[in-house]
Write a protein that binds this ligand. Sequence first.
Ligand code: ZN
Length: 422
Amino acid sequence: MADAPREASPTPRHIRLTSHPGQGAGGALPLHWGAADPQGRGPVVGTTTQRAQRNVVGTHSGSYGVYRALAVAAGKMVRGHRADLTDTAPTDAIGPHSAWSDPERIVSIDPWGASVQQVFAPQIAAGVDIRPTIAVTKAHVHLPEIKQALAFQRLQVDGRILLDDASAAVTKIAVEPVWWLPGVARRFGVSEADLRRALFEETGGMYPELVTRSDLEVFLPPIGGQTLYVFGRVQDLADASVTLTARVHDECNGSDVFGSDICTCRPYLTHAIEECIQGAQRGGVGLIAYSRKEGRALGEVTKFLVYNARKRQVGGDSADKYFLRTECVAGVQDMRFQELMPDVLHWLGITRIHRLVSMSNDKYDAITGSGIAVDERIKIPDALVPADARVEIEAKIAAGYFTDGAVPDASALAAVKGRGLD
Ligand SMILES: [Zn+2]
C-alpha cells in the first residue's frame, strides 16, 4: 500500500476535460511566438494544476510527465507541487541571439526556457506556475576513450579543458522540446491541421486540444529532448571567429552506453569528444548536441527486431539490404527527421561550424539549409569502425553519407557482411 500524501491535496474527484474552448483560457497569459521581448512573447505555461493558467497543449518534462502521474497516483507526490527554483538559474548566460526573435528559425524549443526564473520573475511572484524547459549546469566527464587518448599522447592535460584527473570540464545543457505548431508544420511542408490531426491520432487521442483548441499554438510533446555538452566557453559558440568543432548525435543506448558493436555510435561520439577537446585546447570551442532519438527515433524494440531480421535473412546481414530490412519492420527507414535539429544550434547563436564531426547528409543538409555555414566534415576514422558495423557504415556511405574514400557500388555493397546471431 502506498504511503499517504505528505499533506492533503485537493485532488478533484471529477475529471475536467481540457478540450473545451473557453475552459482554462480565460486567465491564461498570451503567447506570441517569436516576439523579441520576453514580456511580449509571454511565458510557456504547461501547469497541470492551475488549469486557468495553461496556454499550451501537453505538459512539462516530456515523457517523464507519465512518471509524475505515477508519483501522484501512488501518493508519493503532492499534486500541484510548485517547483522551488531558488539557485537553479543557469551557470552560463546564453543569448538572447537574433534567432530568438525569428519565429521561423526556432520552432521546437523555447528560447527563453533557461531563464524563466529571471525574465518571468514578476509572473512567478504573482502565482503563475512557470517552469524552465532548459537547464544549464557544469560537470566533469570521465571517459575511458579520453584516458586512452591521454595515454597515447593524442591529448594532453591543460588544466582548463582537460584536468589532472583526466576528466574534461564541460557545461551541460538539458533541453526539453517546446513545439510551436504553426512553425513545425511549415518546417515539414504540411498544413497545421494535418499535423495536429496526425499528432492526435498517433498518440491514441492523448491530447484532444490538438484538434479542439486551435487557439493553443504551442505543444509540449511527450518525447525525449536534447542534451548539449560544451567544451570551452559557451559564449564562444556564437562567435563565428572562434573555431567550432561540433557533433550532432542521436541516441543509441546499445552502443553509446553498453558498447554494442553493430554500429559506430559510441566510437564516433567519443572521437567527436576528443576532437572537441583538442579544438577547445587550441582556443576554439566544442559542442556535442545529443538528441534522444533512440534507434533512428524508431525506438529500441523496433531496432532490435530489425537486428534479428537483418541477421536471419537469406544470405545473412549484408550492406545492400540494410535499409530494406529496417523499412520492412518499421515502415520507414528513419524517423529522426533532422528538420528540427538545427533549432538548438540557432538558440546557441551558432552561425558557422568550422568542423562538423558527422558523415550524415541529412544532418548536414538540415544545418546548412537552416543558414549555418559548415566548413569541414570529419568522418569517423576507419580504425574506429567495429567489424560488425561495416554493414551499417557502408550502406550509409552508399546512400549519400559523407566520405573522403570510395563509395561502394552494388556488388561491393552486397559483399559487406555482418556477423550472425551468435
Ligand atoms: Zn548505434
